[in-house]
Structures are given as C-alpha cells and as structure tokens.
Write a protein that binds this ligand. Structure first.
Ligand code: NAD
Ligand code: LMR
Length: 334
C-alpha cells in the first residue's frame, strides 16, 4: 500500500495512477499482456499472480524503465490476496486454452472452478475493482463471476466485463483484407457473445455495406471462427495469445481511460446489459461507453440489416443457454 501511495505522489496526476492485477500472468496471454500493461503509463502498480512463475515474470518485466512498480505473487503466503488488495482493475486470463477439435464450451469443466475461486478472492480483497474476464468460455465465465460477487454482496454490474476485443480486432483486420483498406481505420462493432455463432459483426454499420453476398458471408464466418484458425495453426499448443494480449491491453487501457474521466471511451464488451433482459438474456456484448464508475452507457445495436437481425436472433438462442450454465454451476458448486 505504501508503494502505491508513493507512486501516486510521484505521478503527474493521481487520476493517472492505477493498480492493475493480472491473474494467470505467467501464461501464454498473461506474459505479453503484462508486458503491454507495463508500457501503459496509467498503470503505476502492476501485480502479477500465477500458480507458477509469477515472481519470475514480474522480475523480468520490472526491468523495463516505465514509471510503475511490478510485483509477482504465487499461491504461497497469501499471494492472491496480496496481489488483489488495492487493485483498481483485475484482468483474468487464468485457465486452460483449447486444442484442435474443441469448442470453448469444452473448457467449461476446467475453467469454471478456476474462475469461480479467483472471483471469490476478488470479492474478498478487491470488491471495488473493475474485473475483465478473458478466460473461456467467456459467455459462461462472466455469469460465474457475477454469481460469486452477488453471493458475497459486492456485485457491481458496472464493473464486470467479458473481454470480446479480440473479435473487434479480427473484424477490423479481416474486413480491411477484403475491402483493401487500412485496418487501423476500420472500426467494426461486434455484438452478442464470444464464441462462434454468438459473435455478430455489424458490417452494415461500416463503410462497406455493399459487399457481395458471398464475400459478406465468408467475412462473417471468418470473424466468428477466427479463433479456430489460431487453434489449428498452433496444432495442440494452445490458442491465440499474442493478438489476445494486444486485445486485453487495449481493453484494460480503455477501462483505465474511463476511470480517469476521459471522454468518449467506447469499446464493445460482454456486460450485464439491459438490451435483452426481457428475453431472459442477462449479459450481452455491445458498444459500451466507459466512465469513472465503469460502464457509463450500454449502447443499443443500432440499425440492423435483415441478415444481421437473423444473426443476433441465432446468437441469443445460444447465449441464453451459455449464461444459464454459468449461473447453474455456481448454484450447484458455490
Ligand atoms: P495458458 O495455459 O498459456 O495460461 C494460463 C495460465 O493460467 C497458466 O500460466 C496457468 O498457470 C494459469 N492458471 C491456471 N489456473 C490458475 C489459477 N487458479 N490461478 C492463477 N493462475 C492460474 O493459456 P492462455 O493461452 O494464456 O489462455 C488462457 C485463457 O484465455 C484460456 O481459457 C483461453 O481459452 C482464453 N482466451 C480467451 C480469449 C478471449 O478472446 N476472451 C482469447 C484467447 C484465449
Ligand atoms: C479466441 O477467440 O482466439 C479465443 O477465444 C481462444 C479460442 O479458444 O479460440
């Protein structure tokens, strides 16, 4: 705590001094994500927790000369609680990745309990933190975290996020490839959830409304199943890690920009959403404006084509089941 206060004093503005904790920091995503967070000047205190190698990754990253303290933690000596205490943002990429032939839902049995247990510690040690969930299946792990936080009386729907930013990055990149444009200028709203047919890119809201049917359908399919390309190319050695680290750092950076009171910070995210609650869908990804308290505004989907409306309808049918599976898991295994 002392080092955090000291860091805040040395930083140019208290509003730009934040503690970020990564749970699963030594993994394929965790390491490059932690590296990128070390380069974010709003992060003045970086806490890296993993079952193994947390201290090693922290020692390595700590030599980079940016204005932040980096500390590594493992499960010994109450490391998880120490890593979380005082955190403003907690990013969670802990859990197993897919192998070829698996769906994200096939990870549920392993990752559900990992995420549940980490969420319990977040509730106990960082109840006011913004929590960004990367661990798959995101459509179910986010509801799991919500249920745990509710059971401990600290659930804040404005501060729980499923990270869908990788779908947004892929949509920009893949659209630019078919349109022959600069990917950095392609902004695509991706809504729904984070798995296969629940991922719905809204291409009609870009400058490329008039793609021919075949190109459009192939593009949508590639965005929905982009994760499989990486899983297959890595041939059993895991799933996207480097592009995910970039996506995670971008999303955590957006949360920090919002907390710092910057204007117009908008990213899609899978959040507790009013959009389809009447249909029993508690969580949905859409554009979210981020502010000093976390979620400031959940944006509606805007105008959709018939094809997009059909994709959203299909996504909702799967999402409602994925969300219920997470809720049921915590009820059966508190
Ligand atoms: P990985 O196996 O390389 O790393 C996972 C890390 O989590 C390991 O270092 C492991 O020790 C750690 N870990 C496991 N249980 C833990 C616990 N209880 N506490 C702390 N740390 C723990 O896997 P990865 O490639 O980094 O992927 C991690 C997760 O992210 C997977 O579930 C994967 O499916 C998911 N993922 C999500 C997205 C997304 O877009 N949201 C993208 C890519 C991957
Ligand atoms: C992704 O979209 O790359 C991740 O969700 C990892 C995966 O399993 O595909």
């Amino acid at each position: 705590m002392f080092s955090r206060i000291a860091t805040r004093q040395f930083s140019s503005s208290a509003a730009n001094a934040y503690k970020v904790t990564v749970l699963g920091a030594a993994g394929g995503i965790g390491q490059p994500l932690s590296l990128l967070l070390k380069l974010n000047h709003k992060v003045t205190d970086l806490a890296l927790y993993d079952l193994r190698l947390g201290a090693g990754v922290a020692a390595d990253i700590s030599h980079i000369p940016t204005n932040s303290t980096v500390k590594g933690y493992g499960p010994e000596e109450d490391g998880l609680a120490k890593a979380l205490t005082g955190a403003d943002v907690v990013v969670i990429p802990a859990g197993v990745p897919r192998k070829p032939g698996m769906t994200r839902d096939d990870l549920f049995n392993t990752n559900a309990s990992i995420v549940r247990d980490l969420a319990k510690s977040v509730a106990d040690n960082a109840p006011n933190a913004a929590v960004a969930i990367i661990s798959n299946p995101v459509n179910s792990t986010v509801p799991i975290v919500a249920e745990v936080l509710k059971s401990k009386g600290v659930y804040n729907p404005k501060k729980l996020f499923g990270v869908t930013t990788l779908d947004v990055l892929r949509a920009s990149r893949f659209l630019s490839e078919v349109a022959g444009t600069d990917p950095t200028q392609e902004v695509v709203s991706v809504v729904g959830g984070h798995s296969g047919i629940t991922i719905v890119p809204l291409i009609s809201q870009t400058n490329h409304k008039n793609l021919d049917k075949e190109t459009y359908e192939a593009l949508v399919h590639r965005i929905q199943f982009g994760g499989d390309e990486v899983v297959q190319a890595k041939a059993g050695a895991g799933s996207a890690t480097l592009s995910m680290a970039q996506a995670g750092a971008r999303f955590a950076g957006a949360i920090l920009n919002g907390l710092a009171g910057e204007a117009d910070v908008v990213e899609p995210s899978f959040v507790d959403s009013p959009l389809f609650k009447k249909e029993g869908i508690e969580f949905f990804s859409s554009k979210v404006t981020l502010g000093t308290e976390g979620v400031k505004t959940v944006h509606d989907l805007g105008e959709l084509t018939n094809a997009e409306a059909e994709l959203v309808k299909t996504a909702k049918e799967t999402l409602v089941k994925n969300i219920q599976k997470g809720v049921d898991f915590v009820k059966a295994n508190p």
